[in-house]
Design a protein around this ligand. Structure first.
Ligand SMILES: CC(C)(COP(=O)(O)OP(=O)(O)OC[C@H]1O[C@@H](n2cnc3c(N)ncnc32)[C@H](O)[C@@H]1OP(=O)(O)O)[C@@H](O)C(=O)NCCC(=O)NCCS
Length: 275
């Protein structure tokens, strides 16, 4: 055997030996190595997951901060009102208005003395004076198409719907804005009432708890059920006429105080006529 061939075989043998040793180590510590690799992979996924969570939290924190600022300003600018931890977007408050915790309001005008109890959502609405809105009431729901357009899913009618990640449209072919709801004065809305929107509720009306209101409600009617129907009227026709003509909800506070006893019984109510 030539010298060069001898050296080659010797190196080959040592390489085989090294491979053998490496293989041996791998066999002995393979499971451990695989475990370490898995731990690293999981750490990587966890890091990515944590980064995503952190990002979301930052966004939520920014929104919360913004909401807190709006809330603080609303309270400062409306010292006669009592506003708990509610979210207010584009809201105009009258005097002596109360908004309770967890309530979300968007594009809402609320006149003097009205209140909205906890966990309610009101969107695109004008609310008159002395209205009592109960807890968990939903006013102003997003409409989806129910006629002509084949699917009710926003991908088929809108290019900017927040609920829709991927759309098939480059334009909007259905108006999905929330229709305006108008509440007159001295209206009482019970717990869990739903008003999809676009309707008018007359002064003095009562909406029974759990009702779904889809049609206009006349003044001083008590309505209930799903869909809400008239149960009765609160007062006689003559008394309702007198109340509406009095427009007592626009009286100055002093005048209300002066006539307060008349408010305790409709038979005593004289609509501000003093003689
Ligand atoms: C409507 C309500 C005010 C009662 O009014 P009322 O005139 O005293 O009514 P009555 O209890 O005499 O019942 C009259 C009719 O209305 C019906 N009714 C009462 N509450 C109803 C409701 N929530 N939904 C549907 N129908 C209702 C009754 O079954 C009864 O029907 P009938 O005449 O066929 O028997 C009351 O049931 C209600 O819903 N209160 C809301 C309480 C609330 O949510 N408070 C939140 C704090 S702001």
């Amino acid at each position: 055997m030539s010298n060069a061939l001898f050296i080659f075989f010797r190196r080959l043998r040592s390489l085989r030996q090294r491979l053998k040793i490496a293989f041996h180590i791998f066999l002995k510590r393979g499971a451990e190595l695989l475990h370490l690799l898995e731990v690293e992979r999981q750490r990587g996924t966890e890091r990515q997951y944590l980064a995503e969570i952190l990002h979301q939290h930052q966004e939520v924190a920014v929104t919360r901060q913004h909401e807190a600022d709006v809330l603080r300003r609303a309270s400062e600018n409306n010292p006669t009102c009592r506003i708990f931890s509610a979210a207010l977007y584009d809201v105009v408050l009258g005097k002596h208005v109360a908004i309770h915790a967890g309530t979300v309001l968007s594009k809402v005008n609320i006149a003097d003395f009205s209140f909205i109890a906890r966990e309610s959502t009101v969107r695109n609405a004008d609310i008159g004076k002395y209205c009592s809105i109960g807890p968990s009431v939903q006013i102003g729901l997003d409409p989806h198409p129910t006629r002509v357009i084949v699917s009710t899913h926003p991908a088929f009618y809108s290019n900017d719907n927040l609920g829709c990640v991927t759309t098939f449209r480059e334009n909007k072919i259905f108006d999905d804005s929330v229709p305006k709801t108008v509440l007159a004065n001295d209206i009482w809305i019970g717990t869990n009432v739903i008003i999809p929107g676009g309707i008018h509720i007359g002064t003095g009306a009562i909406i029974a708890a759990g009702s779904v209101v889809v049609k206009d409600v006349p003044p001083y009617a008590v309505v209930g059920g799903n869909p809400a129907k008239i149960i009765r009227y609160r007062f006689s026709e003559k008394q309702i006429k007198q109340l509406i003509e009095s427009e007592w909800w626009d009286w100055p506070i002093e005048k209300i105080r002066q006539h307060i006893e008349e408010f305790s019984d409709i038979e005593k109510f004289r609509g501000g006529v003093t003689s």
